[in-house]
Design a protein around this ligand. Structure first.
Ligand code: FNR
Length: 350
């Protein structure tokens, strides 16, 4: 448990100031252009981005995705992010609850209901920790923080770069099946920056998963984070695989095509602006997710720093809706958009 807490703080330090977004990686959102409408015939205040997520209402289709927990510092991050989500009507997820499964005293750092009573809140656990905990154990984690749903994270790329990481990935779908039985439509399956592709998505949806976060390539790279902590073989191979993954734009567009309109899709991984969020919503996401930009703003400027960063994102998102002449996400989705270059190649192959 000591080791888990230490590793988590090392991860936070690296994410706060380290080179965890390799410059050569891309979401491929630069290959998407929304089309300008010179006569929007609407007011900014008419933009209505409200939607439903985990049975609750969101004012904006945004999720602050799971990052942390288990230490005092992590507790501050969780409460600040949850406070932001409550103020603006967003969804929020805590980070991996492994630390609290190992040490119940760490639970406080995940408890955010007092500051976020109305927020759709996600718990979080890794696929292979879920095997160890069993379905009941995972359910207890969700109940302990009064969560509305549970995020199950997939991170094979990270594990293989981590000296102490998992090396056997068999039996994953079976675990998902068990969790679907207990959580039903309150289960969300997410990647952590390498992307979920259409084949895996279809299989998960066939098993009854109703919420997916494709979390694609182009933002925080957990392979890179582990590479920065590793030595020897792992450091070398980590460097080699720092650009491994399905770019976020390719993941969301191909997964939406594969699973049809019903499943709730979150797109995250490298979204940094409101315009990025608008693009993934246009490509088929119901909700746009962000981690690193809000985390970094919080680390340097506290809650008010994160508030300022979020204000810029929300303003950009509203502006993208107005300048495409869209009052809602449904309208945005029906507008033309241009798909260029490499993204076209990806979408042909997937
Ligand atoms: C993460 N991420 C993450 N995901 C998860 O499911 N459980 C976790 O515990 C964590 N921990 C974590 C810590 C920090 C500091 C960051 C920045 C990220 C992954 C996160 O939810 C997201 O999928 C990726 O980071 C991609 O989004 P961004 O960061 O590029 O916006």
């Amino acid at each position: 448990e000591e080791a888990t807490a230490k590793r988590k703080d090392a991860h936070l330090d690296l994410c706060a100031t380290g080179d965890v977004e390799p410059a050569e990686n891309t979401t491929l959102l630069e290959c998407v252009r929304l089309v300008h409408c010179a006569m929007p015939e609407m007011a900014v205040e008419e933009v209505d981005l409200s939607t439903e997520f985990l049975g609750k209402k969101l004012r904006y289709p945004l999720l602050i995705t799971g990052m942390t927990g288990g230490t005092e510092r992590a507790g501050v991050v969780n409460r600040d992010m949850a406070t932001l989500a409550e103020r603006h009507g967003l969804a929020f997820g805590v980070g991996s609850q492994r630390a609290m499964a190992e040490n119940p005293q760490a639970a406080d750092s995940y408890v955010v209901r007092q500051v976020a009573p109305t927020v759709p809140l996600l718990g979080n656990i890794g696929l292979y920790q879920a095997v160890e905990l069993g379905v009941d154990g995972v359910q207890r984690l969700a109940e302990a923080i009064n969560a509305d749903g549970m995020a199950l994270h997939l991170n094979a790329g990270q594990e293989l770069t981590q000296p102490e990481g998992d090396r056997d990935f068999r039996g994953g779908y079976k675990v998902v099946e068990g969790l679907v039985r207990v959580f039903g439509s309150r289960l969300l399956v997410k990647e952590t920056g390498c992307g979920i592709g259409p084949e895996v998505a279809r299989r998960l949806v066939d098993l009854g998963v109703r919420n997916l976060d494709v979390s694609g390539l182009g933002g925080t790279s957990w392979v890179r984070v582990e590479q920065l902590r590793a030595t020897g073989v792992q450091a070398q191979v980590g460097a080699e695989f720092s650009s491994w993954g399905i770019p976020t734009a390719a993941a969301i567009a191909s997964v939406r095509r594969a699973v049809g309109p019903e499943p709730r899709l979150v797109a995250s991984g490298g979204l940094r602006t409101g315009l990025d969020a608008a693009k993934v919503l246009a490509l088929g996401a119901d909700v746009a997710g962000m981690a690193l930009p809000l985390f970094r703003a919080q680390q340097t400027g506290g809650l008010e720093g994160a508030e300022q960063a979020l204000a810029i994102i929300l303003s950009g998102l509203r502006q993208a809706l107005v300048l495409t002449g869209s009052k809602s996400c449904e309208e945005l989705r029906r507008k033309p958009r241009v798909i260029m270059g490499q993204l076209k190649d990806w979408l042909e192959a997937l």
